[in-house]
Write a protein that binds this ligand. Structure first.
Ligand code: FES
Length: 102
């Protein structure tokens, strides 16, 4: 299980960035990636695979594996490890394949 170091926890509490994850508020640290914020908030899986709907979570944390895909502010297939949190960001678990927009 992941948890923040004490200093990082103090930084989160002194100047929090507030996002919502599947509708629940989560306090993050300025500069956190979405993937790091999800881990710190106890969220292990951020998407389900397109074919078998198996839960997947961030793995490489450097933009290579694409296991961290989430929907951010309504935009699907966003790499959580490559996207910094910002105040008011709406993060949602991505369920299955991305919907095709006409
Ligand atoms: S965790 Fe691997 S691409 Fe984001």
């Amino acid at each position: 299980m992941f948890k923040r170091l004490d200093e990082a926890q103090r930084q989160t509490q002194s100047a929090p960035v507030r996002v919502t994850v599947n509708g629940a508020e989560l306090q993050c640290r300025q500069g956190d990636s979405v993937a790091a914020a999800l881990f710190a908030g106890g969220v292990q899986a951020c998407r389900d695979t397109a074919v078998n709907e198996v839960p997947r979570g961030p793995y490489c944390m450097m933009g290579v594996c694409y296991d961290c895909l989430v929907t951010i502010d309504g935009q699907a297939n966003q790499q959580g490890c490559m996207t910094a949190v910002r105040e008011g960001m709406k993060i949602e678990r991505q369920l299955g394949a991305r919907k095709v927009q006409a």
